[in-house]
Design a protein around this ligand. Structure first.
Ligand SMILES: [Zn+2]
Length: 505
């Protein structure tokens, strides 16, 4: 199968390339309009970086832009405008070494999060969720401070907004998801009307108040099936915490003919299965068969999971429609999370072709250096429940085949080895083939993403190889991730070198 897939992708890409070459002058690529900056997004390779307010406050706007432009060859900024999460905002995360720029003082005690631009309250009248200015840099307005200077340099600016909250924000408790055990969580229910209104309000505020080129939306939350199984790299397994079973979900289910009580019963059974599996209590037919039987007896388990996806995709669509209604030239992109790369069940719920109908570009996470420890964690998680009968190393090899990974390190050595640049190539190529030219693919490149002590640390060579691999696979651009405040300048240099070489061909 992997061979078949690669061959198909190759033929497809080959055909696309031939078509493009044949189009020649018709494609409008003349020296004259190569000199104008007034080109649509697709005609210019995007060399992006994710960066938060703290870096501009610590190091100065012009100085940071100089570094990004001269060293990283960056032409597109993804400014972390709304989040309460540390993945995109704040300095280096606590416990990790600081890079060779910026303040070396931890912001563990001062980090707060929120809207790093200035929220305009009139947009948020119809939602209980308060959009508060992030307080840690006083009145500093990220977009107002960076936009004019960046525009002068011909850079594109996207506002990154992330569905990450803290429990003390007004409205969060009311809009929170309800788990299987009836507890309110810290994550927001995507069927709650106030949550849906909030995302529309936020992107309206940003696009009407600032001269941005578009929005990049981050939402890494997953549905109840993945929650229950802990079938990802970033969580421990607690099947009783599967979400969401709130009143708004019940209503949405009813409208679609999904039986709430049966769904809940199914997830209770799944919870019992997961708990027993974790203790090593093997069903007489084995773990996998028992799991599969549950899915057959309770089709509502999958229906409830699909309902979650629907809620998530409705918001993506709503954001896209809202932004386009404000200005049809603005671009909308979605961050496609790492679990999409590791988990074949999750992959099946995400069709690139379908996502392409809701976005101008997809940022596909291809983080390879930290990918080693993350993928190993994922394998250990699924190997402790559904696939518990399979020795872990064999499970990983089998999964590698399903995912069309190449020759990666053994499970034992994977965290220290990381995933390879070939992984970046394959994941980018899969995305490019998947969207069938309907939207752009920007590869999310791992530039020194923090890892555990014994795991691989991103080097300049890693940054160079991953960036080259993404472009070689046909990416329309890259987004250096996760944030400038955790990147070493030598790695930025290396990514910049790869970008320059690619542009020159
Ligand atoms: Zn809900």
């Amino acid at each position: 199968m992997p061979h078949h897939n690669s061959r198909r992708a190759f033929i497809k890409n080959g055909a696309a390339f031939t078509a493009l070459a044949a189009a020649g002058p018709l494609a409008g690529f003349s020296p004259l309009n190569a000199m104008t900056d007034n080109k649509p997004l697709a005609e210019k390779s995007m060399h992006g970086i994710q960066i938060g307010a703290v870096s501009f406050v610590d190091e100065g706007v012009e100085n940071v832009l100089d570094i990004l432009e001269k060293r990283g060859d960056i032409n597109t900024l993804f400014l972390t405008t709304f989040t309460y999460g540390r993945g995109l905002a704040g300095r280096q995360i606590p416990g990790q070494p600081f890079p060779d720029h910026g303040s070396r003082e931890s912001d563990e005690k001062t980090f707060h999060g929120g809207n790093y631009a200035a929220p305009h309250l009139e947009f948020y009248r119809n939602t209980a969720l308060k959009c508060l200015h992030a307080p840690e840099h006083g009145d500093f307005d990220l977009l107002a401070s960076v936009l004019p200077a960046a525009k002068k340099r011909g850079m594109k600016i996207f506002a990154s907004v992330e569905d990450q909250w803290r429990p003390d924000v007004p409205g969060v408790k009311e809009c929170a998801e309800v788990d299987l055990a009836g507890r309110r969580t810290d994550t927001l229910c995507l069927f709650h009307p106030d949550v849906q209104t909030f995302w529309t309000a936020l992107v309206t505020d940003i696009c009407k108040s600032y001269d941005v080129d578009g929005i990049l939306l981050f939402n890494e939350h997953n549905g109840p099936l993945l929650n229950a199984l802990g079938a990802s790299h970033f969580q421990n397994i607690d099947s009783s915490r599967a979400t969401c079973f709130c009143e708004h979900h019940q209503r949405a289910a009813k409208e679609r003919g999904i039986n709430f009580d049966r769904a809940k019963q199914g997830y209770r059974k799944l919870d019992q299965f997961v708990q027993a599996s974790l203790k090593g209590s093997r069903p007489s037919d084995g773990y996998y068969v028992e799991f599969n039987r549950l899915l057959l007896e309770y089709p509502e388990i999958l229906a409830w999971d699909k309902l979650f996806d629907l809620g998530k995709h409705q918001i993506l669509e709503q954001v896209n429609t809202t932004v386009k209604a404000i200005n049809k030239n603005l671009k909308v992109g979605f961050h496609i999370e790492h679990v999409n790369s590791f988990n074949p069940f999750y992959r099946a719920t995400r069709s690139y072709e379908e996502l392409a109908t809701k976005a101008d570009f997809l940022k596909v996470v291809c983080y390879n250096t930290c990918g080693g420890e993350r993928y190993a964690h994922f394998i250990r998680n699924i190997g402790s429940t559904v696939f518990r009968d399979v020795p872990l190393e064999e499970l990983m090899r089998f999964n590698n085949h399903l995912l069309n990974y190449g020759n990666e390190a053994s499970l034992e050595s994977l965290p220290a080895a990381g995933l390879s640049p070939d992984y970046v190539f394959r994941e980018t190529q899969r995305a490019v083939a998947g969207v069938k030219g309907r939207c752009l693919i920007l590869a999310g490149i791992d530039i020194g993403i923090p890892t555990e002590a014994a795991s691989r640390k991103g080097s300049p060579e890693d940054a160079y190889a991953a960036t080259r691999a993404a472009f070689n696979a046909g990416a329309d651009g890259v987004i250096l991730s996760r944030k400038y405040s955790e990147m070493k300048l030598s790695s930025l240099d290396a990514a910049g070198k790869a970008i320059r070489e690619t542009v020159k061909g």
